[in-house]
Design a protein around this ligand. Structure first.
Ligand SMILES: CSC[C@H]1O[C@H](OP(=O)(O)O)[C@H](O)[C@@H]1O
Length: 276
């Protein structure tokens, strides 16, 4: 049977994976074939009557196939969850950041989704300004406040409405000198995943923003231990799940057209036609 339709997707990183898989919201799993090979496992779920897809671990290494599959399935809105290291001293461990921009130093995933993957003639140079969808960005800020603020035990947690997320090369943590450099060029938090996600979502025309929880101070900013990584997200996971739950119906109700990303993906002058 074909998977049930949904126009919204949630992509889990470290902190959202387990709690989404345990949420009781997921009903069915499937994979689909894409021009970049089989998709990762895609979960179909429903909560409060809203159908959605969930992919854990950012697609478990299947970066291009993940976003081609979501496009193929007709997804229009997506939120990503990720942990990151705090570079900006105002962005402490446990704080929430809804980034507005990105610096992408990833080198092992293609910057451009291979030409022809989407059935476009030639290639498309997507634009990243603004880097995330402003409407989804606002929803994540508002729902983070709505969930965290009434709970006095979260009083020490800041919700940062803006932030530049640096995607490091990935594959290992950064050196202190690398972080000092990221700080100098305006980076606020550092991740190994979100830069690619921001870029691929735009390239396939899916409106996207992400909710980051800081799990540790970036290297050289302050000492941290492995327990920081696990401890932070275990404590904040239930709150994150409620933020997702409250955001989903709002994402599903967003207008399908007239969105800022539409004009940023395809421009006729930027599309190389095959030579006659
Ligand atoms: C958990 S430490 C490093 C790991 O965490 C971040 O990923 P995620 O988006 O799954 O939270 C970071 O990018 C690294 O992959």
């Amino acid at each position: 049977a074909p998977p049930p339709p949904a126009r919204v997707a949630v992509i889990g990183g470290t902190y959202l994976n387990d709690i989404m898989l345990d949420s009781g919201w997921l009903k069915q799993e499937f994979t689909i074939e894409t021009k970049a090979g089989p998709s990762p496992v895609i979960h179909y779920g429903e909560v409060d009557g809203v159908p959605f897809y969930f992919i854990d671990g950012h697609g478990r290494g299947k970066w291009v196939a993940t976003w081609l599959a979501l496009h193929e399935l007709g997804v229009k809105e997506a939120i990503g969850g990720a942990t990151a290291g705090g570079i900006n001293l105002a962005m402490k461990t446990r704080d929430f950041v809804v980034p507005h921009d990105v610096i992408d130093f990833n080198t092992d995933r293609p910057k451009m989704i291979p030409p022809g993957s989407l059935g476009d003639e030639g290639f498309v140079l997507a634009r990243l300004t603004p880097a995330v969808d402003p409407l989804i960005h606002r929803i994540l800020v508002e729902e983070s406040r709505a969930v965290l603020r009434p709970d006095r035990s979260f009083d020490d947690i800041n919700i940062h409405e803006k932030g530049v997320v640096v995607q490091a090369a990935g594959g290992r943590f950064e050196s202190a000198a690398e972080i000092a450099y990221f700080k100098q060029i305006g980076g606020d938090v550092v991740t190994m995943n979100v830069g690619t996600e921001i870029s691929y979502a735009r390239q396939v025309g899916i409106n996207y923003a992400c909710l980051i929880i800081i799990s540790n101070p970036a290297e050289g900013i302050a000492p941290w231990g492995w327990d920081s990584l696990t401890g932070v997200y275990q404590k904040l996971n239930p709150a994150a799940l409620q933020i997702v739950r409250r955001s989903l119906p709002r994402l599903a109700a967003l207008p399908a057209t007239g969105r800022v990303g539409e004009g940023l993906r395809v421009h006729p002058e930027m599309t190389a036609k095959p030579q006659k």
